[in-house]
Design a protein around this ligand. Structure first.
Ligand code: MD3
Ligand code: FE
Length: 202
């Protein structure tokens, strides 16, 4: 079923529940080329979440966060976004009431039990007019969704394997985060949660 949690934010429960194996195969194809890595924030903290990406990649260092077409170490482009993820992003965005969506960046987060993502805004993209489509796989999570101010009160939204959320319009710049993941085992994904976000970054 579909649930609007804020203006522009639509949760599509179970939207890709039946496509776990294909989605995981797509993730693993990217991981073979861009292995999971723990980034260091500009503030010098190592993130508990492991990341990978395709399309335009993401980087974080003492100078800040940015997106790039190429791996600065090898000079090569990051791998392309798998077709199944491009199709899913467009389908979900349109069903949530947004225009056809052609993302150019796909970030993947892997959470192990205890991993969390502190409250933040996604504002490194150049295009805030486009939505972000997120896909949850594996262990469940509690998502925190706030307002335009870090101090605004947050609502807690449970996210399960197969849920897709489209974040656009007024919700695009809201603060959000993921509470520490509880210990567990998912039959397909194992002891992890994987989140995929599709974005128009550059
Ligand atoms: C709401 N990821 O990668 S996805 C991120 O589950 C990120 O890994 C979380 O926050 C995760 O930046 C949450 C849902 C999400 C993604 C982007 C948003 C929600 C958002 C941007 C604006 C508002
Ligand atoms: Fe985010």
């Amino acid at each position: 079923w579909r649930e609007q949690i804020a203006p522009g934010a639509v949760v599509m429960h179970g939207f890709v529940r039946d496509h776990g194996p294909e989605l995981l195969a797509a993730v693993n194809g990217v991981i073979a080329q861009v292995p999971w890595r723990h980034m260091t924030t500009p503030g010098g903290h190592v993130m508990s979440v492991a990341m990978s990406w395709c399309g335009n990649g993401w980087s974080s260092d003492s100078r800040g966060y940015r997106y790039s077409e190429r791996d600065s170490r090898s000079g090569k482009r990051w791998p392309p976004i798998p077709a199944i993820l491009m199709a899913l992003a467009d389908e979900a965005a349109q069903q949530a009431g947004f225009a056809p969506f052609v993302p150019d960046s796909c970030l993947m987060n892997r959470y192990d039990p205890g991993s969390k993502l502190s409250l933040h805004q996604d504002k490194d993209e150049h295009d805030f007019g486009s939505p972000i489509v997120s896909v949850s796989l594996g262990l469940p999570a509690v998502f925190q969704f706030g307002g335009m101010q870090r101090s605004d009160r947050t609502q807690r939204i449970p996210l399960a394997h197969g849920d897709v959320v489209v974040w656009g319009g007024p919700s695009r710049l809201c603060f959000h985060g993921i509470m520490p993941i509880k210990e567990g085992y998912h039959s397909l994904v194992g002891p992890h949660r994987i989140n995929i976000t599709l974005r128009k970054a550059l």
